[in-house]
Design a protein around this ligand. Structure first.
Ligand SMILES: [Zn+2]
Length: 149
């Protein structure tokens, strides 16, 4: 059975008992105490840190990855920080057009949809902004309607 704590002889490498002042084998006084238990704890702690780092990396990475993928490759991507189905997203962009008094969040969602490399999504976003322009007469929407063509 391996000793959990011992004094390692730096001269010959023998694992001496803890109460030894001299090496049993060669008589050297160059003994260094080792505690395997403590070492194991440190190893487990390092492994825990690595796992934690991997988990954090995984948690914060997927959003960016999904956004970089092409919409029609995966059918799913991130909107408002949660993954939703492409068709659900497209439908909700169209639905937003029926809001008579869009707030900042509505505007941000639709303007973001215009940024994707997908014609249906872009057209739906422009149609929604056209509806908002009709109902609000707010000229700030004209910029987006022009850029959509
Ligand atoms: Zn020795």
């Amino acid at each position: 059975m391996a000793k959990e704590s011992y004094k390692l002889c730096k001269n010959c490498g023998y694992k001496n008992d803890l109460d030894n002042e001299r090496c049993d084998i060669c008589g050297s006084e160059k003994l260094v105490r080792f505690d395997l238990k403590g070492k194991n704890k440190r190893v487990y702690f390092s492994i825990s840190l690595l796992i934690l780092a991997a988990v954090l990396f995984y948690l914060f990475k997927p959003e960016k990855k999904n956004l970089e993928k092409k919409v029609d490759d995966v059918g799913i991507f991130v909107s408002e920080n949660r993954p939703i189905n492409y068709y659900t997203y497209l439908r909700s962009i169209k639905q937003l057009g029926y809001i008579k008094d869009p707030d900042e969040n509505d505007e941000r969602a639709v303007i973001r949809a215009m940024g994707y490399d997908d014609e249906d999504l872009k057209n739906a976003a422009v149609e929604t902004i056209k509806k908002w322009y009709k109902s609000t007469k707010n000229k700030k929407y004209l910029v987006y309607i022009d850029s959509g063509h």
